[in-house]
Design a protein around this ligand. Structure first.
Ligand code: SF4
Ligand code: SF4
Length: 395
């Protein structure tokens, strides 16, 4: 295993164990199988294990496994506060204490505000008193590092990042999400502050393995590299020195072995020009079925009416590549759950954006079509409910 450093110089394994995709036995986690996988990873040097309050059964399962194998002092636990469920300081304590008890530990190494999409969520937590709460927990040693996991757009990521002295952050990032969500700009901004960046969804939930078009597979095969699609995705990430830990939701011993091998072999800056060309070809093959040739360059932004133009096209394109549900889900996360709405329906057709688009896209017309596809009536209702819950104010 190779290691990269956190903010305070502690070594974190480049591969982290994402504990949310364990195999199930009936409706419960198959604890024997999970234990085998965790021990395989541990023996290969993996020292970072990521879970969350809302990953059903996960905190309790790993707590049991770590205790039984006397592992707690040899590994790092990252878990998350379900901030979207919280509206009082006493609730923060309640969730945190329950998590300690499930994990059978007296401290959490990396504690994250879960699933932030907008600065408004952080403002809400501050109004409740999260900053003195964090200070108290860090002083007592119950929390060693504080961070946040993020799914909104780049602008809001930077706002949250710059609003507090974070110890770490966790972002969705992979070769298809390089300019969406926090994106490469977010990754570099966090690294420039000296904080470790943990990567989730390195293979887009397995889709960069299971849903690759045949052309993309052929480009990988013809590249001269003997790498599997998963290996391409992981190596692309490890090549970037700003990436600290890559989480993989491993659920078989074989997967653990393969991922450990890749993490032990790959060094930052080891990608060749030909490797980058291969990734570009793979991306083009995946995007061949996209609805609109938006590159996410953002030259069209900001829109005076607040429309998130690239975010809208991104969701629409994902509907074409990965299916309606996935596209609408991504759109819901990055566009819908922001305090100031940025829906395509806010467009007044001033045409300003089209003057700046290097792809010469008829943005106004495309926005109308995208909005229709992304927000049919039932989704509009669902989004309104989610907005009023996730972005509610505390009294
Ligand atoms: S045409 Fe619409 S999307 Fe483009 S800048 Fe004007 S209001 Fe914004
Ligand atoms: S300028 Fe054009 S290509 Fe770039 S993000 Fe805007 S719509 Fe997409």
């Amino acid at each position: 295993m190779q290691y990269r450093k956190d903010k305070y110089g502690n070594e974190l394994s480049m591969l982290g164990f994402g504990c949310m995709r364990f195999q199930k036995k009936g409706s419960k986690i198959d604890i024997e199988e999970a234990e085998k996988e965790i021990l395989e990873a541990f023996n290969a040097g993996v020292n970072y294990y990521d879970t969350a309050y809302v990953y059903s059964g996960s905190e309790a399962a790993i707590g049991e496994i770590f205790e039984r194998n006397n592992m707690r002092d040899k590994i790092n636990i990252a878990t998350k506060l379900p901030q979207y469920l919280i509206s009082s300081r006493s609730a923060i304590d309640r969730y945190f204490n329950e998590e300690l008890s499930r994990l059978r530990t007296d401290h959490v190494d990396y504690y994250l505000m879960h699933h932030m999409t907008d600065i408004a969520m952080w403002e809400k937590l501050k109004a409740i008193g999260i900053i003195p709460w964090i200070a108290e927990k860090k002083a007592s040693g119950q929390i060693r590092n504080i961070g946040f996991s993020y799914h909104g757009n780049t602008e809001n990521f930077l706002k949250i990042l710059n609003d507090y002295n974070w110890d770490m952050c966790q972002i969705q990032y992979n070769y298809l999400d390089d300019v969406s969500q926090a994106g490469v700009d977010g990754l570099k901004a966090a690294a420039a502050k000296g904080i470790p960046v943990v990567i989730m969804e390195p293979l887009r939930g397995g889709k960069l393995v299971n849903m690759l078009p045949s052309d993309a597979k052929k480009y990988m095969k013809d590249s001269g590299r003997d790498w599997s699609p998963a290996e391409w995705g992981l190596r692309w990430l490890y090549d970037q020195p700003e990436v600290t830990v890559v989480l993989s939701g491993m659920n078989s011993v074989e997967m653990v072995k393969e991922n450990c091998r890749v993490a032990s072999e790959t060094e930052a800056g080891s990608f060749t020009e030909k490797d980058f060309e291969t990734i570009d070809l793979v991306k083009k093959a995946i995007r061949a079925n996209e609805k609109v040739g938006c590159t996410g360059c953002r030259y069209c932004m900001p829109c005076p009416k607040g429309v998130d133009i690239p975010g809208t096209f991104r969701g629409w394109n994902l509907m074409a590549i990965e299916g309606k549900t996935q596209g609408r889900f991504q759109y819901a996360q990055t566009v819908s759950l922001t305090k100031d709405p940025c829906f395509a329906s806010q467009c007044i057709e001033c045409g300003k954006c089209e003057q700046h688009c290097p792809q010469n896209l008829p943005i106004r017309q495309l926005l109308k079509e995208a909005d229709k596809a992304l927000r049919p009536l039932p989704y509009k209702l669902g989004i309104n409910i989610a907005r009023s819950f996730m972005l509610r104010k505390v009294k």
